[in-house]
Design a protein around this ligand. Structure first.
Ligand code: CTP
Length: 399
């Protein structure tokens, strides 16, 4: 299957990332996909109609009230001729207009009139992305079936760091291909994913935590959703936004995580990427105070339930149970033993030793331990590890 017989209507809205739309058009044309571009007034401040026209080898539409455009190809026909409408970059402004249903220019009129699938690739300042208005707009769009790719994390043109960068053009192309030539191999499957650390309270103001950022688990939830799964993400305290279109439930402690996971069953796939605290202490009702002459403090701990082992060995058992093994030495040997002991199907093992910069970092270097043996993957960004892992999981359900 290829994109050769397909056509994308690409709406380029305003923002510094609009220049990346040119690369997207180039990639689409290279895959044989037809591209018709619509440039918003804001987009035209960053790229010219001429560059889009040269790369798309098609005329570029910019103005709704052009009589020639209307007689040659009205706005309804423009989207009818396409298999998919893509908005890249999608500014906070156009996303808000889509959520409300405004038709104030050619782009928004097309988006309101289309009966085709819509993919958006947001790009904006991190505060705009995290603003409750944008979060609500994204939830509205997701509930209407709009697919989202990105935004990525990184440094933005405004020099701030966070989520807001336009997804890279190859990732947008992959999302387009997934929608146009599918198949969405995990459609109809439910995936449960845990992510982030747990916080175990010591007293009302203190807790025990670990360095997990939740990036890997969240990326896995997004990757499984991209393959069509409906995903429940059970997240410990993290500073990441809830992924669009993923049912995200927030918990603090291991006990809460277990209760929520158990309630979310049945699932076809369960991925336990959370760094669950192995121990908890009985939390004091009041803040622990220092007393005169008190040089040390001892806390006693009891073991937390093992969520992965409980669900692996319980009923209803998900068909594919994947655990993680964060190790600082003898990674593969420990992971192999953990797979057997916890009763899961796969273990994704990684070295989280001090020099590895994995826990809390942006990249991961994993070994996939299955019944068939061990596969060592190269060091990759965490979302690339997630995409690869999700594809492997989809293969299990395809066979
Ligand atoms: N895990 C879990 N519940 C726990 C502890 C761990 O579900 N209470 C899961 C993690 O999400 C991960 C896997 O078990 O998928 C392995 O976690 P890890 O911390 O590496 O293993 P431990 O069980 O802590 O084993 P050890 O103390 O031997 O490292």
């Amino acid at each position: 299957m290829t994109l050769a017989s397909k056509r994308v209507l690409l709406i380029v809205s305003g923002g510094i990332a609009a220049y990346k739309a040119l690369e997207l058009v180039r990639l689409l044309r290279k895959s044989g996909c037809g591209v018709t571009c619509v440039l918003t007034e804001g987009g035209a401040h960053f790229v010219t109609p001429l560059s889009l026209q040269a790369l798309s080898e098609d005329r570029v539409y910019t103005e709704i009230f052009s009589l020639t455009d209307e007689s040659e190809m009205g706005h309804i026909q423009l989207s009818r001729a396409a298999d998919l409408v893509v908005v890249a970059p999608a500014s906070a402004d156009i996303l808000a207009k889509m959520a409300v249903g405004l038709a104030s220019d050619l782009a928004t009129t097309l988006l309101l009139a289309t009966d085709k699938a819509v993919l958006v690739a947001p790009a904006m300042n991190v505060r705009m992305w995290q603003h409750p208005a944008t979060v609500a707009n994204m939830a509205t769009l997701a509930s209407r079936g709009v697919t989202v790719v990105g935004p990525d994390e990184g440094t933005m043109a405004c020099n701030e760091y966070g989520f807001g960068r336009l997804a890279e053009p190859p990732a947008i192309l992959a999302a387009i291909a997934a929608l146009l030539i599918g198949p969405r191999p995990l459609a109809g499957r439910h995936a449960l994913v845990t992510s982030g650390p747990t916080h175990e309270p010591i007293d009302p103001v203190r807790y025990i935590a670990n360095r997990s950022s939740g990036r890997q688990g969240h990326a896995i939830a997004v990757a499984l959703q991209a393959l069509g799964a409906s995903v429940t993400l059970v997240s410990g305290p993290v500073s990441l936004p809830d992924p669009a279109g993923v049912r995200t439930i927030h918990v603090e402690t291991a006990a809460e995580m277990l209760a929520v996971c158990t309630a979310a069953l049945p699932a076809d796939i369960a991925v336990f990427a959370a760094a669950v605290a192995d121990w908890r202490t009985e939390a004091a009702a009041q803040k622990l105070k220092k007393m005169p002459g008190m040089d040390t403090l001892s806390l006693s701990f009891v073991q937390n339930p093992d969520i992965l082992a409980t669900i692996s060995q319980g009923q209803p058992r998900p068909q594919l149970v994947v655990g993680f093994a964060a190790e600082t030495q003898d990674v593969i040997a420990h992971a192999t033993e953990k797979r057997r002991r916890k009763g899961c199907d796969w273990i994704v093992a990684n070295d989280v030793g001090a020099g590895a910069d994995i826990m809390g970092g942006l990249e991961n270097e994993v070994h996939l331990v299955t019944e068939q043996g061990v596969e060592s993957w190269p060091r990759l960004p965490k979302d690339a590890v997630a995409t690869r892992l999700a594809a492997r999981m989809a293969a299990v359900f395809a066979s």
